[in-house]
Each structure stands twice: as structure tokens, then as C-alpha cells.
Ligand binder design. Structure first.
Ligand SMILES: Cc1cc2nc3c(=O)[nH]c(=O)nc-3n(C[C@H](O)[C@H](O)[C@H](O)COP(=O)(O)OP(=O)(O)OC[C@H]3O[C@@H](n4cnc5c(N)ncnc54)[C@H](O)[C@@H]3O)c2cc1C
Length: 391
């Protein structure tokens, strides 16, 4: 069975590793990626603060390790009738099974502020920190726009900025975090939320929750309920748009609809995993769980002795705080959560993937995957109805 995987990110690499492990040589694989390397984008947040390293790994190295082909390019169209994908350079590739893992497309929510994209040049934020440290700016706001479902990078940016400027003795710099969430990192339960609120407080980061932020000219931010914040510097997270690949079913925002086994609804022999799917939480750990579900389903089809399990989403998040932090766990039955005494998953990489984590750590334990910075690890199973096999 020839499997084409479109993508070179978290879901694509997890799926390739999982499929090779589960199906062995029952499958041959070709990875199609516009970039030659895998980048662990979540670690990019730490780069401007020397608190982590995104790490770049050549996909050719992965190809050599697990015996797959790599083709440079992006899939522009899927011709489902003849099981063929068209690539940017006009070439074509046939498949028996196609796994789409193209991620989502970051879009700036506001016209005149710095939008933090993980692939930014780290010096863009270093300039901001230098401005604060040298007294050119005295206030900065980190904004989570409405519609962003993974707000954690904004917390990390705010806390790491605070750590740096407070270490310089700059107590007059105002740092504000603006987010639609009612409480800090609400989804992780009250215990985690309280812990994060305490850290924000200790680091002198003002929290403005329940905000539908609208950024106006001159650094004026309206929060939607009469509250306003003014800041000399503003950094916003991007909102995400779907991959919109021709020939692939999509919802109104361009995302690919999948069932519980990561099969694309309405497209035979096509699977999808990661941020490009309609699953509402766009997060690396979730992307790997979908990739594992797809790999199991494909391996079983190829005749491997695997019983495919439907995707059961569990949020595993690691928040870089710059402060001493506990490990926090919450399950759906317990609104509050609890403090655990040890790491919640192993290896403790920023993106918790069954195959991706060990793959990252085994190769470069000091730099890849695991933060150099102190962090809070949080684990929460999500209550979410994933459509069943019938879609
Ligand atoms: C700043 C930031 C911080 C984050 N922090 C965390 C965190 O702490 N923990 C966490 O779990 N998650 C975090 N995330 C989210 C996480 O990075 C994503 O959820 C994850 O990368 C999604 O994986 P993916 O494979 O779907 O997409 P990506 O990792 O984005 O990979 C998509 C790949 O597909 C390729 N591609 C695009 N279009 C095509 C095409 N048409 N054909 C073929 N290939 C294509 C791209 O080049 C890329 O290689 C963070 C995200 C950001 C932006």
C-alpha cells in the first residue's frame, strides 16, 4: 500500500513514525513537504528569551531512518477519482491512501500590530525586549484575539518578557495580557488557572480576561465591554484559517472535516490530522493523537494486526513560566484538577506525541523538544463529540 503524507510538521512526522512502527513494510510512504526541515514551532516562543530552541531537523534524515521518500513541494489539488495529488511544480503523485497534514494558515487579526508567528525571526521580539530594557517603551500588551483556541503562547510571551525586564529591575514597565478567557488558562481547570494567576501576579503581569479585543490606532485597545488598555507596544497571536486544498472537502473556514478515525468525511481513502482539520482545538499534542488514530486505521487496512482506536482528545500542555511550577492534571469529571508529583508524560517534550517525543529527545536530548526553562505541565482530557465512522 502506498501512502502519501502531505506535510512536514507535527502531525506528518508523528504519522510517518507511527505507520512505520505499526505497519512495517506493509506500506511504502512518500512525504510531500514544501519545507526541507521539521521545525518544532512551539519551542520558538522561548528563542528570543534563550528559554528554548525550536530545533530544525532535516526530513531527509527521517526518511533515511524509517525508509520513506521525501518530495519537495506542496499539494495543490487532490484528484480523488484517480487517487492522484498535484504538486506546486506541476508534477503528480499517485496514492493508495492519502494522509493530509498541512496545518492551518496563520492570519493576522489586526492590521497595525506585531503578529507573533512561530516562524518569526526571533530578533523581532528581541528588539521589543531591548526597547523595554533601554527605556524606549514602558508598556506592552500581549493580545489573544477572539477565535484563537490555543492561547498559551501569549502567556509564555508575557511571562518571559516579565522575567527579563524584572530581572533588569524595571518595575515601571507595564505588561498586560488580554484574552477572551474568563480566567487564566481556564480550560485546564481551576487549580491550574489559580497557579497561573498566581505566577502572573508575582511577575507583575496584569490580566484582562473576557476581552473581545479590538486594536485601534495609536496603541489603543478596546476590550468590548467598555474597558480599554493603552500600550506602546502590542503583540498579538494569529488567528488560523484552514488549508483550503482543491478537491478536499472543507468547512466554511477551509478546515478539513474528519471522523473519529481521522478519515476525511466525504473523501474515500483520504485521512487528515492536525491543525488543518475541523477539530476546534489547534494544538500539537492533539495533532499527534489524530495522526496516531489515522496511522492505526491505515495500518489495519494494510493488514497489520492493529485494532484502530478512535481519537480521544487529551490536552497536554507545557507552559514556559520562568518560575518554579507544579505539574497539573485534570480529568473531565473533576472541574478543579490536581497537582501531580512527577512529569505527566514522558519524555517531557513540549509537544507530547507518542512517537514524536522520543524521536526528538533521542536525537538531541539537550536542545530538542524539552524546554530549558521551568514550566508547568498540564494534562486535560477534552469532552468533545468526534463524529463516528459513519460521519
Ligand atoms: C507560537 C506557537 C506556540 C505553540 N505552542 C504549543 C505548545 O506549547 N504545545 C503544543 O502542543 N502546541 C503548540 N502550538 C501548536 C502547534 O504548533 C500546532 O498545533 C502543531 O504544529 C500542528 O501540527 P500540524 O502538523 O497540523 O501543522 P504544522 O506543524 O504547522 O505542519 C504543517 C506542515 O505542512 C506543510 N504544508 C503546508 N501546506 C502544505 C501542502 N499544501 N502540502 C504539503 N505540505 C504542506 C507545512 O510546511 C508544514 O511542514 C503552538 C503554535 C504556535 C504558533
Amino acid at each position: 500500500m502506498h501512502v502519501v503524507i502531505a506535510g512536514g510538521g507535527v502531525a506528518a512526522v508523528e504519522a510517518a513514525l507511527a505507520l512505520r512502527d505499526l505497519a512495517g513494510d506493509r506500506v511504502s510512504m512518500t512525504l510531500v513537504s514544501p519545507r526541507p526541515d521539521f521545525v518544532l514551532t512551539p519551542m520558538a516562543v522561548g528563542e528570543p528569551f534563550s528559554a528554548g530552541h525550536a530545533g530544525r531537523r532535516h526530513l531527509e534524515a527521517l526518511a533515511d531512518e524509517i525508509g520513506i521518500g521525501v518530495v519537495a513541494g506542496a499539494v495543490t489539488r487532490v484528484r480523488r477519482d484517480d487517487h492522484t495529488v498535484e504538486l506546486t511544480d506541476g508534477s503528480e503523485l499517485g496514492y493508495d491512501v492519502l494522509l493530509l497534514a498541512p496545518g492551518a494558515r496563520p492570519v493576522a487579526a489586526y492590521g497595525h500590530v506585531h503578529t507573533f508567528a512561530a516562524e518569526d525571526d526571533p530578533t523581532a521580539l528581541s528588539g521589543l525586549i531591548a526597547d523595554l530594557e533601554e527605556g524606549w517603551s514602558h508598556s506592552v500588551a500581549f493580545v489573544v484575539p477572539p477565535g484563537v483556541t490555543w492561547p498559551l503562547p501569549a502567556y509564555e510571551l508575557a511571562l518571559l518578557t516579565a522575567r527579563d525586564v524584572r530581572a533588569m529591575g524595571l518595575d515601571d514597565v507595564t505588561i498586560t495580557l488580554i484574552t477572551p478567557e474568563t480566567r487564566p488558562l481556564d480550560v485546564f481547570g481551576t487549580e491550574a488557572s489559580d497557579a497561573v494567576a498566581g505566577i502572573l501576579d508575582d511577575m507583575g503581569v496584569a490580566f484582562e480576561g473576557s476581552a473581545q479585543a479590538d486594536v485601534r490606532a495609536g496603541g489603543h485597545i478596546e476590550l468590548g465591554d467598555g474597558r480599554t488598555v493603552d500600550a506602546q507596544r502590542i503583540v498579538a497571536l494569529a488567528v488560523l484559517d484552514g488549508p483550503r486544498i482543491a478537491g478536499v472537502p472543507r468547512d466554511e473556514n477551509g478546515f478539513i472535516p474528519i471522523d473519529g478515525h481521522a478519515r476525511v468525511i466525504g473523501a474515500e481513502d483520504v485521512y487528515a490530522a492536525g491543525d488543518g482539520t475541523t477539530f476546534p482545538v489547534k494544538q500539537g499534542g492533539i495533532a499527534t493523537q489524530q495522526a496516531d488514530a489515522a496511522a492505526e486505521a491505515i495500518a489495519a487496512r494494510a493488514g497489520a494486526p492493529v485494532t484502530p482506536q478512535p481519537f480521544r482528545p487529551v490536552l497536554r500542555g507545557q507552559l514556559l513560566t520562568g518560575a518554579d511550577s507544579p505539574f497539573l492534571r485534570r480529568d473531565t469529571a473533576d472541574r478543579h484538577g490536581e497537582t501531580a508529583e512527577a512529569a505527566l508524560w514522558w519524555p517531557p517534550t513540549k509537544v507530547a506525541g507518542r512517537y514524536l517525543g522520543p524521536w526528538l529527545v533521542e536525537r538531541e536530548p539537550r536542545r530538542q523538544g524539552a524546554p530549558a526553562e521551568r514550566s508547568i505541565d498540564i494534562e486535560v482530557p477534552l469532552e468533545h463529540d468526534v463524529p463516528d465512522a459513519a460521519g
